[in-house]
Design a protein around this ligand. Sequence first.
Ligand code: UDP
Length: 481
Amino acid sequence: MKNANPHAVLLASPGMGHFIPVVELGKRLATHHGLDVTIFVVAADASIAESPLFKPPRTPNPLNLVLLPPVDISALVDSSTSVVTQLLIMMREALPLLRAAISAMKYRPTALIVDLFGTEALAIAEEFDMLKYAFITSTAWFLAVAVHFPYIDEEAEHKHRVLKRPLDIPGCRSIRYEDTLDLFLDPTDRNLYVNFTHIGMEVSNADGILVNTWQDLEPLTLHALENEKFLGRVVKGSVYPAGPLVRPNERSSKSEVMDWLDMQPMESVIYVSFGSGGTLSVKQTSELAWGLELSQHRFIWVVRPPVDDDVSANFFNVTNSHDGTPSYLPDGFFTRIRNRGMVVPMWAPQTEILAHQSIAGFFSHCGWNSTLESMVNGVPMVAWPLYAEQQMNAAMLAEELEVAVRPKLQPNTSVVEREEIAEMVRRVMELKGNAMREKVKELQRSANQALVQGGSSYNSLSKVSKECELKLRRLSAMALG
Ligand code: UDP
């Protein structure tokens, strides 16, 4: 690759939730801002290379997608190691591969952009005199917690974690204990706490921080992140709201689920899905099935076999009854919901589904990509957070933006009963849903405005691209001089 254009290297950590927005960021930098882009992908195994998502997109500028050889971390973890810690170990083990790949490039790249789990790689950017950026694939509110985290003293931690009082974040909405991050809930994993402190420091010290949000969605928090009176004093570089960066809806192939949707009335179906990894307990899966049935509304449900602490629940041996209903769903479910419901095992073409005119609601685990996909399609939600920062996302959606309803109890710690589920579905699909629908359609418009040429997110990426151009010029002048 010649170095006439600035060249940004992006590093994606394992998981669709990171891979998808990193690729979208790469595409926009290449398509709209004239950068050459290489994306290095760290994956738990090589299967991602087979996914249609892995095909390098057609853009005017080169965009290389490179899968780094999978790393074996089995000797470094055991059954008690949290998923987040495993991810961090995987990323750490991949660092020599990244260093070797950058070092082998004929021309030195101009910038390194890493997601939350790749911040240790920013040291490599320093080694090679590249600009270093962090890309937060979540909200500005989550970024605010991350950069504030290293400065939370023992007293504040005690008040939040033990006394369950709200966690104050300078200049931002506080976080209620019920909505807090996993790492405050499980104090036994001190490793996670220490790692998150490092991540917070590394993100704060980057030359710039890109966030998958947009100015008008989170104005208060973005102000706090830039303002010296609040978090601006710990954040070294600028914060660039660059979203919503979501996969475009490319209806490519025929599928049973899309054919079924084509036959449903306008805005009549609720889509139920919990992201790439979300699973429910045995009891909750059954209650959800009953709740959907009770609601009387049409639905598409991406179902995964339940996972339970109960050792007697062995769903490796799923059996199907005479109508095809798997044993973890109520007996006769498929027969009763025929014509009204569609069950899709494991994975569905989510962006295509959410963009379809028959969809009126999204019952979601509130992963940030799913949330953005719902907003850009103007679809109100039932917020059903399960892990990571999803409780914060749900609080923002239900209370601040008023585009979602939420169960009274937390779905990850208690079983939400079928009546409440049916009621939430009705509220999104019927009367109250209309007010939420108007609000979410406003967000849809504001998201589009942010992305078009001259919009706030477009301008953020223009600034990043300018910084890269300046850096390239400086490096070229040094090479000549
Ligand atoms: N996704 C999909 N089909 C599915 C489940 C998920 O296409 O059946 C996609 C979804 O569109 C989103 C991503 O996978 O882009 C999930 O990311 P998110 O941040 O919502 O949740 P995570 O999986 O990281 O918890």
